[in-house]
Write a protein that binds this ligand. Structure first.
Ligand SMILES: [Zn+2]
Length: 168
């Protein structure tokens, strides 16, 4: 009988939230579906950063089907804030933005190199030897349109690769 009050409820142990807050976990506990007793760190984090009553409020304001995702994101945000007290998850977002920018630059360089290589290949095929570099434009013009369309299609591919990354 001296075993804590929570066990009187039967087989169910209190959720992680009620355990931490040292209160009785009732059947209609708003936390229990999202903070199981075997993952105590989840509630500990959100409680530390947002406060239990705010978390409670945020959960209650949402439709039931949205609550699981909301709790996951709150846990993620809270953990990020604990790990990085200055920038929190903004630090992660910022770092990913930098990575995207860096990769866009790398991609642009690679595309430019590809175009350059194609042009070199083309000039060695049609121009014939060292004179190609110094040859006048009109030697090039008949097939340069073909090359140009290839270059454009490369950039179309580049754009289609780029767009989904921006949306992330
Ligand atoms: Zn509970």
């Amino acid at each position: 009988m001296k075993e804590s009050g929570g066990r009187k409820q039967g087989a169910t142990s209190p959720c992680a939230a009620c355990k931490l807050l040292r209160r009785r976990c009732t059947q209609d506990c708003v936390f229990s579906p999202y903070f199981p007793s075997d993952e105590p760190h989840k509630f500990a984090s959100v409680h530390k950063v947002f406060g239990a009553s705010n978390v409670n409020k945020m959960i209650q304001e949402l439709q039931e089907y949205q609550r699981g995702d909301a709790v996951s994101s709150m846990v993620y945000e809270a953990n990020a804030r604990i790990k990085d007290p200055i920038y929190g998850c903004v630090g992660t977002i910022s770092s990913l933005h930098h990575q995207i920018e860096f990769l866009h630059t790398q991609l642009a360089i690679a595309q430019a190199e590809l175009v350059h290589m194609k042009m070199q290949q083309f000039s060695s095929m049609s121009g014939g030897g060292g004179t190609a570099a110094n040859s006048p434009k009109n030697v090039w013009s008949p097939s340069s349109q073909h090359l140009q369309s290839e270059v454009y299609s490369e950039f179309e591919i580049y754009d289609s690769v780029q767009q989904p990354q921006i949306n992330i």
